[in-house]
Design a protein around this ligand. Structure first.
Ligand code: SAM
Length: 318
């Protein structure tokens, strides 16, 4: 079954990404820093082809741009702008390719393939490290250079897991009343995906109180959340590292205010050499909301079931 947090990268989404002009500035800076004249560049997950154009413009002699969708559109954009002879477009899944398919190894790997959600991007981090190992020269530079995650506990006011599950149970009762049959398996299937589908802010971009250099897309409007804990540096994936062991198995937070903790906001930041490229937020609800007092420490499991349900449970010390 398709993961409900996955994003189908349709042309309108690529257009929205291009229209995030602050992101455009940041990635342009990073590409200029990463790509030296004469470099061979792989743009993995090229989308609209923006990063391939930037790499060619920065002096790459050859850019190979791969995506599993919409490559023809990116190819036309490159041709319209005079880059047809320096960028080769390949429509394929990155996992299925070998260096021999792409004419050898690359000095720079650009892999802006993240989806703004740790639950999907854990695998994508593994893919980036695997691509660098399989396609990179020994000193291949990777953009983004790292992805960092921070966690902040909050009370989310615009959406609540227990309320949604209660509504669903009532929907099941209404179906039983209307048809006389039990549709529990359908109700259960919908309930299984509820927390996944609510991971992203429904209202999208909110720019209040953000410095433009922190570049962002998805952020929960602060009227919809009340932050109740300090922000913890949860983990950083370094794309120059030889391997990636996956995310930590727990997250530890300390309440800075008393209140009803309903979940955790994850802030994901893609960076290249200290340049923030893209910052976004996602949300994981607690299975059971918890009243916290100022100074109280709480620890949640981020192993096992969180990875498939997006629902956090208390860490049980063994
Ligand atoms: C977030 S979009 C970014 C597009 C572009 N890199 C940019 O930054 O503007 C991610 C792109 O990666 C592509 N992608 C993700 N995983 C892929 C895979 N395994 N093989 C090929 N393309 C992939 C998606 O189709 C999508 O176009």
């Amino acid at each position: 079954m398709a993961n409900p947090t996955d994003i189908p990268f349709t042309p309108d989404l690529h257009l929205r990404l291009l229209l995030s002009i602050d992101r455009g500035h940041n990635v342009a800076r990073a590409v200029r820093a990463a790509v030296k004249p004469g470099a061979r560049v792989l743009d993995a997950g090229t989308g609209s082809g923006l990063l391939a154009l930037l790499a060619a413009d920065a002096g790459a002699t050859e850019v190979v741009a791969v995506d599993r969708h919409h490559v023809k559109t990116a190819e036309r954009i490159a041709a319209h702008n005079g880059f047809a002879d320096r960028i080769t477009f390949v429509e394929a899944d990155l996992a299925d390719l070998d260096p021999a398919d792409l004419g050898g190894r690359f000095d720079v790997l650009i892999a802006m393939i993240h989806t703004n959600n740790p639950l999907l991007d854990e695998d994508r981090s593994g893919l980036v490290i695997d691509l660098r190992r399989r396609f990179g020269t020994p000193d291949c530079r990777v953009m983004p250079g790292e992805v960092c995650y921070r966690a902040t506990g909050c009370e989310r006011l615009d959406w609540d897991l227990p309320t949604e599950l209660t509504d669903l149970a009532q929907a099941g009762e209404a179906l039983h009343g209307a048809y006389g049959w039990d549709f529990a398996p359908l109700i259960d299937a919908v309930a299984d995906g509820v927390a996944m589908r609510s991971a992203r802010p429904a209202k999208g971009v909110a720019h209040a109180w953000r410095s433009p250099t922190r570049s962002g897309a998805l952020r929960f409007p602060r009227g919809d959340v009340r932050l109740l804990t300090g922000t913890t540096d949860w983990t950083t994936v370094d794309y120059q590292a030889p391997g990636f062991d996956g995310f930590p198995g727990q997250v530890r937070l300390t309440a800075t205010a008393a209140g009803r903790l309903t979940g955790v906001i994850w802030t994901q930041q893609l960076r290249y050499a200290d340049v923030p490229l893209w910052t976004s937020e996602s949300y994981s609800p607690l299975a059971v909301p918890q009243l916290v007092a100022e100074g109280q420490e709480v620890v949640f499991e981020t192993a096992g079931r969180w990875r498939t349900t997006n629902i956090l449970r208390h860490h049980q010390p063994t």
